[in-house]
Design a protein. Structure first.
Length: 101
């Protein structure tokens, strides 16, 4: 999967729908980069959909490995996140793109 749909969504503050870990997820991608191990990943606010172990009713921040995302597509939902707290962003060691503030 190309990273371009993710980067475009971050730059344009567009929400996405995708399948990750066999769950449909609705999320606002905030930053894309690499983990400490060098694996491409995105920090995103998941506001709807499923997740292993459930999900908080108000949504939650997640780090998603890009190679595990399938069927990524924009949706028409409104952008639903403020910048994450520092502890969320530190999961990415190399940040390539972040959402405009």
């Amino acid at each position: 999967m190309s990273n371009d749909p993710i980067r475009d969504a971050i730059r344009n503050r567009t929400c996405l729908t995708a399948v990750y870990d066999n769950y449909v997820r609705y999320f606002c991608p905030y930053a894309v980069g690499r983990t400490a191990e060098g694996v491409p990943a995105v920090v995103a606010f998941q506001y709807e959909g499923g997740a292993k172990g459930g999900m908080a009713s108000r949504g939650e921040w997640r780090m998603v490995l890009l190679h595990m995302l399938r069927d990524v597509r924009p949706n028409s939902d409104a952008w639903q996140c403020d910048p994450p707290r520092e502890r969320v962003l530190v999961k990415l060691r190399e940040i390539e793109v972040t959402a405009p503030t």
